[in-house]
Design a protein around this ligand. Structure first.
Ligand SMILES: [Zn+2]
Length: 439
């Protein structure tokens, strides 16, 4: 009997939460439209202050202690394009546990192919359109209104809730989440759980992402007259040799390496490499003179799996270059590391994943899909700089809409995700017993 009483009490708390989210859905969607109408395009990082202030004023209105965090000292923080993040904290009756929701409000450039105003926030057939709706202003609206729905239902959380809107995720997050973590706004000394509200599809919980190794290979040759090329050494020929090996040896090898991590889409469960750009010889738009190119190179994007170590990934590239040099002593090269992101993967048995998966099941009536992301996002900074191990991504946006023309998000998904987020906060932070008595 005690068990069934508990079950019915839990069920009615969930019903109360769901009803409260439904009651503020119009307000939530209107706020999302307001955010979408501010074109926070990155690069270069336009209108960040205006969007931070819109989010900040809503947080203040909803009872948070709000702060603005400008990435002072970083070169990308300029007068024309200040890097301004916003942070809000609402203390419960105890400081811990503490749950932090983070969402980035920078959006990628519009691109071509749109049939609606990318900053109009138009709703048609249950879809809200705009650049950055799915990736990921919808997530910011959902987390802010999830907690507000609890407050309006008279549900008082015991622990602390924090919300942040951050910048520059699309360009690496260094002036955003990385900066906030370095300055102590996010960290294991104050936060137990972090939910990044990136688009995962609303019934999916994303546990982490693959690793990234961006590198540049530059080949050196010797200049000579183009009518007597045998007097020179072509750096482009040497680059071609390396590109040949990448395409015909490395790529087939990488296609055999599959991770056990549930990366979505499944095509990204394999290791991969992409040539991002190539250069060499004379600039294509300049006047051409007949010369053997003495410098060439390319920039590569290697995505690696949790099962691969970074040392082995870099070592493999180095060995390919050394082998070319062993065959031809005139093969001169430089290998330069441009960016290294180690894979992150949160334990699916931890409290955060268990709690949010259970709430997804409550709202959707089916088990949550546990996934991992093919690309990286700010989880790397939360895990590596802030040292908060329990970090996941969960948000209403549609992953396959990110960066597309006519980007949109289902209005119903924003509402459903807000319910999941509110229930998760209750599970993780607890509620004051007095609330239960009043109900
Ligand atoms: Zn994003």
């Amino acid at each position: 009997m005690a068990t069934s009483q508990l079950a019915s009490a839990t069920l009615s708390l969930e019903d109360t939460i769901a009803r409260s989210v439904e009651a503020i859905r119009d307000e939530m969607i209107a706020f999302l439209q307001q955010m979408v109408r501010i074109p926070t395009i990155n690069p270069p990082g336009e209108n960040y202050l205006a969007c931070a202030e819109l989010i900040g004023s809503k947080l203040t209105e909803f009872g948070y202690k709000t702060s603005y965090i400008q990435a002072e000292g970083l070169t990308e923080n300029t007068l024309a394009h200040p890097r301004v993040n916003v942070f809000g904290q609402m203390k419960g009756s105890v400081p811990r546990p503490s749950l932090h929701f983070n969402g980035h409000f920078d959006v990628v450039p519009v691109g071509s192919g749109w049939t609606v105003d990318p900053f109009g926030g138009e709703i048609r057939d249950g879809k809200l359109y705009g650049r950055g709706v799915s990736d990921q202003k919808a997530g910011i609206a959902a987390s802010i209104f999830a907690i507000e729905a609890l407050r309006r239902a008279g549900i008082h959380l015991r622990g602390t809730v924090e919300q942040s809107g951050s910048v520059d995720e699309e360009s690496g997050g260094f002036a955003g989440v990385a900066y906030m973590a370095q300055q102590g706004w996010l960290g294991k000394d104050k936060n137990d759980y972090v939910i990044i509200t990136e688009p995962t599809n609303p019934d999916c919980v994303c546990l982490g992402h693959r690793g990234v190794y961006w590198f540049k290979v530059t080949t050196q040759g010797r200049i000579a007259h183009g009518c007597m090329p045998y007097f020179g050494v072509s750096a482009i020929d040497h680059l071609t040799d390396f590109l040949h090996d990448v395409t015909h040896e490395l790529k087939p090898e990488l296609a055999k390496r599959k991770t056990a991590v549930p990366v979505q889409p499944p095509g990204s469960r394999f290791a991969s490499i992409n040539v991002n750009s190539i250069f060499g010889g004379q600039p294509e738009d300049g006047t051409q003179t007949p010369c053997v190119a003495d410098r060439s190179g390319a920039i590569f994007d290697r995505r690696f799996l949790s099962e691969e170590s970074f040392e082995s990934v870099r070592g493999e590239i180095h060995a390919m270059l050394e082998s070319l040099q062993a065959k031809d002593p005139e093969f001169q090269y430089q290998l330069e590391d441009l960016m290294i992101v180690h894979p992150v993967h949160t334990d699916e048995h931890c409290d955060l994943v268990q709690a949010i998966s259970g709430c997804v099941e409550t709202v959707f009536g089916r088990k949550a899909n546990l996934t991992a992301s093919p690309g990286t996002y700010d989880q790397k900074h939360v895990v590596r700089i802030a040292n908060v191990a329990q970090c996941i991504a969960y948000g209403p946006g549609l992953l396959n809409q990110a960066h597309l023309p006519d980007e949109h998000c289902m209005v119903e998904d924003v509402v459903a995700s807000a319910k999941v987020m509110a229930m998760t906060a209750v599970k993780l932070l607890g509620v004051e017993p007095v609330t239960m008595v009043h109900r």
